[in-house]
Design a protein around this ligand. Sequence first.
Ligand SMILES: NC(=O)c1ccc[n+]([C@@H]2O[C@H](COP(=O)([O-])OP(=O)(O)OC[C@H]3O[C@@H](n4cnc5c(N)ncnc54)[C@H](OP(=O)(O)O)[C@@H]3O)[C@@H](O)[C@H]2O)c1
Length: 211
Amino acid sequence: MHIVLYGATSAIAHEIAKSYAKEKCHSFILVGRNEQRLQSCKLELIALGAVTVTTVTMDVTNSDSILNTTKNIIETSKSIDIAILAHGSLSNQDLASIDMNYLQSEFTINAVSFLLISQLIVNHFTLIGKGILIGLSSVAGERGRKGNYAYGSAKSAVTTFLSGLRHRNTNKDIHIMTIKPGFVSTPMTAHLPQSQISDSIPYPSIISVGV
Ligand SMILES: NC(=O)c1ccc[n+]([C@@H]2O[C@H](COP(=O)([O-])OP(=O)(O)OC[C@H]3O[C@@H](n4cnc5c(N)ncnc54)[C@H](OP(=O)(O)O)[C@@H]3O)[C@@H](O)[C@H]2O)c1
């Protein structure tokens, strides 16, 4: 299968990719902003059994880059079987409350980019008649919290958008999965003290919806 991972250097995405690589029958396109980190993910996936691994650099704060890069990926790969969207930034709520450029940039990373990529990929699935899209949302999107509503509102948008895509593709061979993790110990959360984690993340479980 052809698997595309956005945010391929994310700890969660890389673990998913490793599981697929061990099946020794999949080709990967790894999308991220840091070529050096993409290369180290690539080496590990090849060592585990990936058939081919291509890397693509893209910064998800730039809408033009998102559209052009994703269209190029679709054109060159011809047929994507699975797309996984896992990039994200745990926004600094205090900074987002006073710096509107930062607030806008964070919302672009966590919401707008997800929406654009998801829609382009699902349009491709519609043309080829099948596909699986897996999006990393969060329980933080379930309700606004004083400590993380910049991040949470973006994840709400992701959850609602993917839910709509799922509804629109009911009864087709197009499957949309929303993963809503609670706290996962990754580089994204490494700076958080335990008390802050329990205040900002309402539910500690992993919820998967659809497929
Ligand atoms: N960890 C948790 O507790 C938790 C809980 C709920 C949901 N999630 C979600 O799960 C997903 C994966 O998170 P994680 O915990 O694995 O985080 P992570 O290891 O910190 O990975 C974050 C990823 O986002 C990428 N990224 C950030 N800003 C970017 C930008 N401007 N352009 C392109 N890529 C950018 C990072 O790229 P670089 O490698 O270049 O920095 C990295 O690949 C995210 O969507 C996150 O919101 C995580």
